[in-house]
Write a protein that binds this ligand. Structure first.
Ligand code: ITT
Length: 198
């Protein structure tokens, strides 16, 4: 695949995962810094797909290159699907990843229903106005305490019951093989392959 894509994300954890997965899938990518763009997009969409498309279109317009964005979040059954699209802002400004994890554990204290899933929407916008979209999901449960140093965000509290480990305890490759982002990007790469052949 000859074309180069800009990754429309400011999140270093996401950027590293997206670069690794897409490079493995044969898609050449640049970080916003490498592409010389700095765009702050207001995430006003109601869904992961809407927000991903807002980010992809804004970075495509600013860079003149096709742009790929990821909008993702943690959906917790006992919180009626929250924090969902508000995952990055859970608890308000000023909290870091570790504090957001602790706040989540606190809000589920005494709660035996721990089921949750990560959701990821990937959107791609091309300078000619064409767009592509794909989604991925990973089911799991919220742990009772943070475990593991790997990954980012809510990884230390997201448990994969079949593995008996949190995302934070997996290597980057192990996580991407089963994660919402790994699945969404694999589905996206397939659509991109078809699109580029046209
Ligand atoms: P960009 O919009 O710049 O990409 P962001 O961090 O604001 O970065 P989102 O709006 O999509 O991105 O927020 C997603 C949040 O959900 C993210 O900040 C994490 O807290 C959480 N999240 C998403 N994927 C995750 C993963 O694989 N592991 C842990 N937490 C994740």
């Amino acid at each position: 695949m000859a074309d180069r894509f800009v990754l429309a994300t400011h999140n270093p954890g996401k950027l590293a995962e997206m670069k690794a997965i897409l490079s493995n899938l044969g898609v050449e990518v640049l970080s916003p810094g490498e592409a010389g763009v700095e765009v702050d997009v207001e995430e006003t969409g109601a869904t992961f797909c809407e927000n991903a498309m807002l980010k992809a279109k804004a970075v495509c317009a600013a860079s003149g290159l096709p742009a790929i964005a990821d909008d993702s979040g943690l959906c917790v059954n006992a919180l009626n699907g929250g924090p969902g699209v508000y995952s990055a802002r859970y608890g308000g400004e000023g909290l870091d990843d570790r504090k957001r994890c602790l706040l989540l554990l606190q809000s589920l204290r005494g709660q035996t229903t721990r089921a949750a899933h990560f959701a990821c929407a990937v959107a791609c916008a091309f300078p000619n106005g064409d767009t592509l979209e794909a989604e991925g999901r990973c089911d799991g449960a919220i742990a009772f305490a943070p475990l593991g140093e790997g990954g980012f965000g809510y990884d230390p509290v997201f448990l994969i019951p079949e593995k008996g480990k949190t995302f934070g305890q997996l290597t980057a490759e192990e996580k991407s093989a089963i994660s919402h982002r790994g699945k969404a990007l694999a589905a996206f790469a397939e659509k991109l392959g078809t699109y580029l052949k046209k």
